[in-house]
Design a binder for this molecule. Structure first.
Ligand code: ATP
Length: 620
């Protein structure tokens, strides 16, 4: 057995008992299957047409036996089907669970490079595709081998001459199988790829963001066209898949109908030649013949199916074989939350998204050195694409450094347990992601054991409590997928409250650049001020209040820290920071740009159409 085969067999190992039970039932059922044809011969030769007239006494006995055999066979077959289905579902459940667990371990690198729909398709469609192998194929192989063998023995007992006639056609079958099997496997693989494409496309274009994008760009027709292309391909492939399977079955059916005719022919030549062939023999033989051809047909069909299901397994194993590139240290350091100080240090960090050293891709981060002492606020500023977000990602180990080290309390984050990293570093992302669940559940995500009072306290601190209470269901209000029923600013405050509950020593904050209205902006600022208090904060800053209050500002440009210091020091330096400050923050007069105007540092709001007042560096 090849490697793939061994892996498939290994899936059944935990259920050995069930497998043996099924095997016994299959054998019993198949052997019982030849009993009735053999009884038929007895009925014909010794009961119905016995020398000296019908023997009713024997007939009663045989009929009773035949009924009993049929009933026992039926029960065995039912029991076998039930067991096989239970087993199949268990194996599938295991596979799905393993796949899910495995994918959870994969790093951001994997998810940014893979379509969500593709992942979903493997988890559902491919695992479902495996079902037929698991529930029916294995039992079908065994059952058919036993049926074939028992029928063959019974036929030989009846007449070796007729058996030869019946066997002559078998090699033709085998030749056909190989032919069809290979084609079917290819078609199945192509089908599964198309199903995955279709799922991915559906998930992308019919998701909230996808629909939004399609509507505003009026791209529905284009999306529909590319959907239809895949859709048509799928339809074609499925017809081919069905036809390949069916043409095969038709061949078998034809053989099944033809060969009895030949048997009668040969029987006619042999009758009366002391060959021992009687009318009962011929009837029993033709019945048995069906019992022999059918299993062969089924076996061949099964082999065809097996080959195609290997395609499903390959797709599943391909994912299971992916090695997560961010793994926990086998002997990790655990930080005691009570004594964690929250000292953050980057030592000569180099990083690139393309982690293949041979690629020679330029470093996205190139020699980052920084230190944030416990309780300090460090602000990262710099032009778009400079690498600020990437720098932040290295702290909670969303990516690992290529060279150098990121440390918390003098321990390399790669040495820390996953639990310690998660407990120590909180992350408020630009996009606030909320699950389709109640606000309370969303808040508790970071600390499932938080009491209602704690949840409420966090929400108050994040300036979202009053808003939540204004919903009819309060904290039990369900927020739609990605929290679409909350405004952007509300979502951000819920996300901040969630981090407050989680209560990490180190806060990573990627300030949203999306323009909120000025009221939201103020509320967020007050929420952030609470969130930063008493924590070491690394903020990718887009707000004046954040950079001005920062203990240290790091100016990032093209993956390097080009300036560092306090706001006052950097202004005196009159370099990149100073020009960004003048440009983005109107030399300190603009707090943030909002959808309804510009929030000035003094708290007033002005319209965003007064360039002179906002950009004093531009001559009026
Ligand atoms: P902004 O302020 O616009 O968010 P940033 O300073 O946070 O910018 P990063 O998001 O860190 O910049 O990106 C730094 C560089 O890395 C950019 O050139 C970006 O295109 C690239 N980059 C970001 N994410 C990936 C990724 N998953 N794969 C490959 N390259 C990436």
């Amino acid at each position: 057995m090849n490697h793939q085969g061994r892996r498939i067999v290994a899936l059944f190992r935990p259920y050995r008992g069930r497998v043996v039970g099924i095997a016994l039932l299959v054998v019993a059922g198949s052997v019982l299957g030849v009993v009735n044809p053999l009884l038929t011969k007895q009925v014909f030769d010794h009961a119905l047409f016995a020398t000296g007239g019908p023997d009713l006494h024997k007939l009663y006995l045989y009929v009773a036996l035949m009924v009993a055999v049929a009933i026992v066979g039926g029960v065995a077959s039912l029991a076998q089907t039930w067991l096989a289905n239970v087993l199949g579902q268990q194996v599938m459940r295991d596979l799905r669970s393993r796949l899910f667990g495995h994918l959870q371990q994969m790093s951001m690198r994997f998810f940014t490079a893979t379509r969500t729909g593709e992942i979903q398709s493997r988890l559902t469609n491919d695992v479902a595709g495996v079902q037929s192998v698991v529930t029916s194929t294995a039992t079908s192989i065994l059952g058919n081998v036993v049926s074939f063998a028992s029928a063959l023995v019974a036929m030989l007992v009846l007449s070796w001459q007729l058996t030869i006639v019946a066997l002559i056609m078998v090699p033709v079958f085998f030749w056909l199988t190989r032919l069809v099997g290979e084609r079917r496997r290819k078609v199945t693989a192509a089908t599964q790829r198309t199903v995955a494409d279709l799922t991915a496309l559906t998930e992308e274009s019919l998701s909230v963001s996808g629909v939004l994008l399609a509507k505003v760009f009026h791209r529905q027709d284009a999306d529909h066209t590319s959907f239809d292309a895949d859709n048509a391909r799928l339809a074609k492939l499925q017809v081919r898949q069905q036809m390949i399977g069916q043409s095969f079955f038709t061949v078998i059916q034809t053989f099944l109908s033809i060969t009895p005719a030949f048997v009668y022919l040969v029987a006619g030549w042999q009758l009366g030649k002391a060959s021992g062939i009687t009318a009962g023999t011929v009837v029993a033989f033709t019945t048995l013949q069906t019992r022999m051809y059918f299993p062969i047909g089924q076996l061949l069909q099964t082999i065809v199916e097996l080959r195609s299901s290997v395609a499903y397994f390959e797709r599943i194993f391909e994912y299971l074989d992916l090695r997560p590139d961010i793994v926990e240290d086998p002997d990790p350091v655990r930080l005691d939350p009570a004594t964690t100080r929250g000292l953050v240090r980057y030592r000569d960090v180099r990083f690139r998204y393309d982690d293949d050293p041979a690629s020679g891709a330029p470093w996205t981060l190139d020699g980052i050195d920084l230190e944030i002492r416990p309780g300090q606020l460090a602000a990262l500023v710099g032009p778009s694409g400079a690498g600020k977000t990437t720098l932040g990602y290295l702290l909670p180990r969303l990516y690992d450094t290529g060279e150098g080290a990121v440390e918390i309390d003098d321990v390399d984050v790669r040495r820390l347990s996953f639990e310690s990293v998660a407990a120590t570093v909180g992350f408020v992302t630009q996009e606030s992601y909320l699950f389709h669940s109640t606000i309370r559940e969303n808040l508790r995500y970071g600390r499932p054991d938080a009491t209602d009072a704690e949840v409420e306290a966090a929400a108050r601190a994040a300036a979202i409590h009053d808003r939540i209470m204004s919903f009819p269901d309060g904290y039990d209000t369900t927020v739609g997928e990605r929290g679409y029923r909350l405004s952007g600013g509300e979502k951000q405050r819920v996300a901040i409250a969630r981090v407050l509950l989680h209560d990490p020593k180190v806060l990573l904050l990627d300030e949203a650049t999306s323009a909120l209205d000025t009221t939201s902006e103020r509320l967020i600022q007050s929420a952030l001020a609470v969130a930063m208090a008493g924590r070491t904060t690394l903020a990718i800053a887009h707000r004046l209040s954040t950079i001005v209050s920062a203990d240290v500002i790091y100016v990032v440009d093209a993956g390097k820290i080009v300036e560092r210091g306090t706001h006052a020091e950097l202004l005196r330096l009159d370099g990149l920071y100073a020009s960004l400050y003048h440009e983005q923050f109107g030399s300190g007069r603009i707090e943030a740009r909002c959808s309804d105007g510009v929030l000035m540092a003094d708290g007033t709001v002005v319209a965003d159409d007064q360039p002179d007042s906002l950009h004093p560096s531009v001559p009026a």
